[in-house]
Design a protein around this ligand. Sequence first.
Ligand SMILES: O=c1ccn([C@@H]2O[C@H](COP(=O)(O)OP(=O)(O)O[C@H]3O[C@H](CO)[C@@H](O)[C@H](O)[C@H]3O)[C@@H](O)[C@H]2O)c(=O)[nH]1
Ligand SMILES: [Mn+2]
Length: 735
Amino acid sequence: MEESLPLSVIHVNKSLLFINRLHTLFHSIALSFLFYYRLTFFFQHSKTIQTPFLPYFLVFSSEIILSFIWFLDQAFRWNPITRSVFPERLPENNKLPNIDVFICTADPTKEPTLDVMNTVLSAMAMDYPHEKLHVYVSDDGGSSITLNGMKEAWRFAKWWLPFCTRYRILCRCPEAYFSDSENEREDFSENVEFVTDKSMVKQKYEAFKESIMRVKRDTIGITGQNHASVIEVIQENNSGDEIEQVKLPLLVYVSREKKPSRPHNFKAGALNVLYRVSAVISNSPYILVLDCDMFCSEPNSARQAMCFHLDPKISPSLAFVQFPQKFHNISINDIYDSQYRSAYKVLWQGMDGLQGPLLSGTGFYMKRESLYGSYKTKDTDFEVQEYVGKSNEFIKSLKQNSIPNLVTVGNALPIEETLLLASCNYENGTKWGKEVGFLYGTVCEDVHTGIMLNCNGWNSVFCDPPKPQFLGNSTTNLNDLLIQGLRWSSGLLENGLVNICPLINCPLRRMSLLHRFCLANITSFPLYCLPLWCFALVPQICLLSGTPLYPKVSEPFFFVFAFIYVSAQVKFLLEVLSTGGTFRKFIIEQRMWMMRTITCHLYGLLDCLMKEFGLREASFMPTNKVKDEEQTMLYQSDKYDFRTSNMFLVPMVSLMIINIFCFISGIYRVMCLGELDKMFIQLFLMGYIIFVNYPIIEGIVIRKDKGRISTSVFVTSNVLATIITCALYPLLKKV
Ligand SMILES: O=c1ccn([C@@H]2O[C@H](COP(=O)(O)OP(=O)(O)O[C@H]3O[C@H](CO)[C@@H](O)[C@H](O)[C@H]3O)[C@@H](O)[C@H]2O)c(=O)[nH]1
Ligand SMILES: [Mn+2]
């Protein structure tokens, strides 16, 4: 009886589905009227040349691009689903499969060691048989600080893990646990033994913290870009500890070899080294990947993921179970939309109803086998070596089909072999990063790898339980956010335009059309920058010269445009409200969309093109994770921190100046020349842009704090705005 109960169920919100499809239908009809209107204009235009051609052409092209991306976007809304899991129905502990946990860190100055170790500890303390967990940390910085931190973490784990298990602690990240009193379980808070144990463990934690803080920078001779491979299994150093023997998960430090002359392929390169090294040590059939800033906040994710991986109906084609990225450092109003609401509350659910969500870089349980590529089709040993490299131990691990090499900790570990597997030259002439493992050639290795898996016929599952299983650090200032956004848009475009174009390059039988649309949408949405730049400039400058680009209010086609605007806004508002947002969030998300699109998506596009033409090298700048008091204060009081480079700020401010200037001139025209009927839509567009981006005006005019927009930026932006206006005005009027 027990056996027949499902491990997971799917929920479909029928009314949501109905509303979505109805909206798609009506909105598409309205868009076809819009196209009809524009095309008839071009048709008539060729006969009567009164109005300039260029602005119409630009606006119409922008409308086509926007509609195209909107159309692809509807695939996410077609069949959204959610899932629930029943981990209590899993087989007993000794029948559960082994799991290897991969944690990546790159730079101890940008990624504080204490935080990284908290991630390590939270993963070691998961509610899963400890002998079945193996935690591997990749240190791309090759820093003794990290290695030392892991030794300290290991010592502390001997106290932390038994404490978590004994009292069934919910939050297993020590820092989060000790800084939040709400983490206590009701049933123990009165218990005397618990209280003494807790204070004892807390003391140990303080000591652990101090020992990490105490370590001075001791990295003379090695730098992040130049060091030999180091692999060390963190072990008992029987220092006569008074504590009883506790079984801890295996903990391994891995720092791959790096040479300045050799490309190291960023995080994907690091993950592939962990993938090989772990194959000859533990070779677990499942892999959990975590960024160093993303800790396990609840201990159950492994069991929840197993509800899919061990389900005979889902498992055969299942590559990975993705959990959403959720963040612990987000303020109530979330002024930067740092939580990426739409991705993890709308898009991933939508893809889950098709072939499964995209790989999101962290918080996923991957089936080891899914990254083998087509190794099974290779016949001779020679072919296999050409494919995955020369390590016989590694090749053996593939054949063993996930039987662990290591059963008990303390066996002689193949360290020599692992050093070879972590060396720079190992991948020479093989298919690593092209067909095997995580893919190279992009700074969005996650999306790229996910798409490749889909193309090879693998599926994925989105698991978003009510309580967040993983909590990370999101970007909470404009500078970090825009730098990260630039990297993403450049990487995504690279995926979409260059590496694998999802619309064209996947075998049809392996991927449905709708899923293809989703992938195409995700990899091409940075192209939004083209229409948005156009809508931020062309109608504005045309208003100055009195060129109307839209139908008059008194014409019937006015209602087509009005309908499109209102229907898009209402649909979006409903979506925000129904996924836990507020009206304010609805405005904030539009603002961030505009700010990101105007700046980082444009630069991302340029970056991608330059990389394509060999003018620039790919770079992965890790996001800053060090907290800054002042910046946090601005963030918590909902003030934008405009301290970012001029490259980002000046275009934003210039466009705002142009919009305000044209809006005022527009009002004048309306008053003096009575052109409201003719110019209403253009005037409205400017009003809308100014209203949504009001904080920029505040940053220039009202604010006095350090995060405001400085006078020099304002002056530079004015110069740029004047140049743009003077250049475009005659062009848009005459051509
Ligand atoms: O050369 C590198 C660069 C980065 N990392 C690690 O990669 C992770 C992600 O880097 P982070 O700076 O935190 O970037 P984010 O923009 O926050 O990361 C998002 O975007 C990345 C792709 O651009 C994904 O890999 C991540 O999972 C996703 O959270 C971190 O653990 C880094 O330590 C490395 O190991 N080696
Ligand atoms: Mn991160």
